[in-house]
Every structure is written in C-alpha cells, then in structure tokens.
Design a protein around this ligand. Structure first.
Ligand SMILES: Nc1ncnc2c1ncn2[C@@H]1O[C@H](COP(=O)(O)OP(=O)(O)OP(=O)(O)O)[C@@H](O)[C@H]1O
Ligand SMILES: [Mg+2]
Length: 245
C-alpha cells in the first residue's frame, strides 16, 4: 500500500515536472525564437531591397548577410537545445563555462540594437574568475533577456545617459555574481513583487515571459536572480551562479 502510494506520488511528480517542462518549452519557443527569426527576415529583406535597387555597398551587404546567418544560427541552436531536452526529458546540461566569454558574445550579438537605441555598454568583467558549471545556451538567454529589458527601459532616458553596466565578480567563496545595471525608469515598489511572474508586463507589445524564463533558468542552475532600484535611478538585476570548484 505504501509502495503503491509512493509510486503514485512519483508518477504524479514526474507528470507535474513534465508539464512544467512543456510549459517552459512553449514559453521558450514563443519568447526566444521570434526575435532571431524576425531579425533574420529583416536582414534578408534589406538585402533584397538593395539588390532590386542595385544600390548597395558590398561591405553593408556582407554585414547584413552575416547578421542574418548569426540570427538564424541562434534560432537553430535554440531548437536543437529544446530537442535535446525533449529526448533526455531532463533539465539543462552543465559544462565548465566562462561567464565573461558568454557576456562578451552577447554584447556583440546585440550590437545592432545597442546602436539603434544609442546605448553605451560598459563591461566590467572580473579577472581570474573560476569557471561555472552551466548550460551556456541558457545562460546566454538570461544575459540577452536582461540586456533587452535594460535597453527597453532606457528608451525614454536622455541619450547621453543611456548606459548599461554589466559586472561580474567572484563573490563569497562559491558564488559568481553578475549584475546588469541600467539608467532607465526603474521598477516601482508595487511592481517589484510581480515582475518575475509569467505574463506580467507593462509594455504594449511585451509578453511578460523574459524574467520568468530567466529566473527559472538561474534557479535550475542553483543560483538566485533578484531585482532592485539604483540610488540614482534605473534598475539593477543581479544573479548568482555556483563556481566550479
Ligand atoms: N530593466 C528594467 N527596468 C525597469 N523595469 C523592468 C526592467 N526589466 C523588467 N522590467 C519590468 O518587468 C516587466 C516584466 O519583464 P519581462 O522581461 O518578464 O517581460 P517584458 O519585457 O514585459 O516582455 P517580454 O516577454 O518581451 O520580455 C516589464 O514589463 C517591466 O515592467
Ligand atoms: Mg523582457
């Protein structure tokens, strides 16, 4: 009887986590695939227009194609990652990872948006950090979502003040800490308690999934993701990850 109950419990539990997994995958598909796909389309449409008007500089053309490839590759990597998760039916795969490399990669990846919004990114990446045991694709998703939120929050900030500071440091013993600080509108006290909930958004075309996905990823890595306001305006999002020691 006890073992029957136990196996029922286990079946139920695995069902619950499976549902969460499917929910999370759906969220990832909706939230993370759209952006690289529409960026790919935009770049390719741009190329087509230039071809039609026979008005193109080869360097620009080349750069647009590279950007399209880069975004399509990102979409493909996300699909491959979801496929692997489905097949293994477990969480992320952890490998030794250098957090600074991931951040630098995402700064380059967002270069177009950064320039479009007139934002300066100021990295202050700790030297001699230990590696993490992490799933690099997922951590890149987190960094990207936090960067995008910061950029969006600064759309009404005076242009000379649009600064995004990203810092990594090796905190107390086991933990590596990453913070993303912006000079945007900040988060009101009332909203602070809700921003990590799925579907909470204050944006006209937001889904409200970015932070929920980020928190779920960080917690699956054994870390914490928190938010707060800066003394002189803007918000800071901070996450910790266990060092590989
Ligand atoms: N850097 C920030 N500064 C101020 N408010 C923020 C910041 N990041 C998030 N928020 C608030 O938290 C809400 C939820 O963020 P979240 O990333 O989950 O969703 P979203 O950006 O609205 O939509 P999307 O699903 O496209 O990411 C935002 O709508 C915004 O109100
Ligand atoms: Mg967002």
């Amino acid at each position: 009887r006890t073992s029957e109950l136990e196996s029922l419990n286990r079946a139920e539990l695995s069902h619950v986590s499976r549902l969460n997994m499917m929910g999370e995958m759906a969220a990832t598909i909706i939230h993370e695939l759209g952006q690289p796909l529409s960026a790919t389309l935009n770049y390719l449409h741009g190329c087509e227009l230039r071809l039609e008007s026979k008005d193109y500089a080869p360097e620009l053309f080349h750069s647009a194609i590279s950007q399209a490839i880069c975004n399509a590759e990102r979409a493909a990597a996300i699909v491959k990652h979801l496929r692997q998760q489905c097949m293994r039916q477990i969480g992320p795969e952890f490998v030794p990872t250098d957090i600074n490399v991931l951040i630098e990669e995402m700064i380059i990846f967002l270069d177009f948006e950064r320039r479009q919004y007139g934002i300066t990114i100021l990295p202050s990446l700790g030297k001699g950090l230990p590696t993490l045991l992490a799933d690099p694709l997922e951590i890149k998703q987190v960094i990207l979502n936090l960067f995008k939120n910061a950029i969006e929050a600064m759309s009404t900030t005076e242009e000379s003040n649009r600064l995004l500071e990203v810092t990594t440091l090796w905190g107390q013993q086991r933990w590596i800490e990453v913070s993303v600080a912006d000079r945007g509108h900040g988060v009101s006290k009332k909203q602070l308690a809700r921003i990590f909930k799925p579907f909470f958004t204050t944006k006209q075309s937001g889904l409200g999934l970015g932070l929920a996905i980020c928190r779920s990823i960080i917690e699956a890595h054994g870390g914490r993701l928190t938010a707060g306001n800066n003394l002189h305006g803007g918000a800071t999002f901070r996450f910790t990850l266990p060092a590989n020691r």
